[in-house]
Design a protein around this ligand. Sequence first.
Ligand code: RP5
Length: 161
Amino acid sequence: MSVKVGIIMGSQSDWATMREAAAVLDELGVPYEKKIVSAHRTPDRLWSYGKTAVERGLHVIIAGAGGAAHLPGMMASKTRVPVIGVPVQTKALSGVDSLYSIVQMPKGFPVATMAIGAAGAANAGLMAAGILAISDPALAVRLDAWRAALSASIPDEPQDD
Ligand code: RP5
């Protein structure tokens, strides 16, 4: 069975954030591939990844980048495979630069943009799982159980430190 989720990121330095998406997919038993694909440093790799995404059987691409974060949008321009964008938190501008670079796509080429940083990456994994669960009943059961467990872990009342 081919891998249906691609996790791509602009740099090795993004992995500390993007591994949160991978961790969620691991918990849910969803196979994925992970690659460094930079819009600026490896544009040919980006082009080739986007060009072959459909034929390789990818159903969702999670793309994380920081700063001038053009990777998710450029990938969305190259493939119809849905792209979930993760704005990586930057030191200089706290990730607002990444968010603005990813979220404001022109009509016709959408990127489903998550929150800045680790929470956004984890949610990207959950979003990808939710998309695959539409046609994978066993995954749907696992995702429902994951969600129920999270809800059950939330206490009714706050505790003193
Ligand atoms: C972007 O530039 C990457 O997505 C990364 O978030 C940022 C910084 O990259 P490095 O200089 O750490 O490699 O392309």
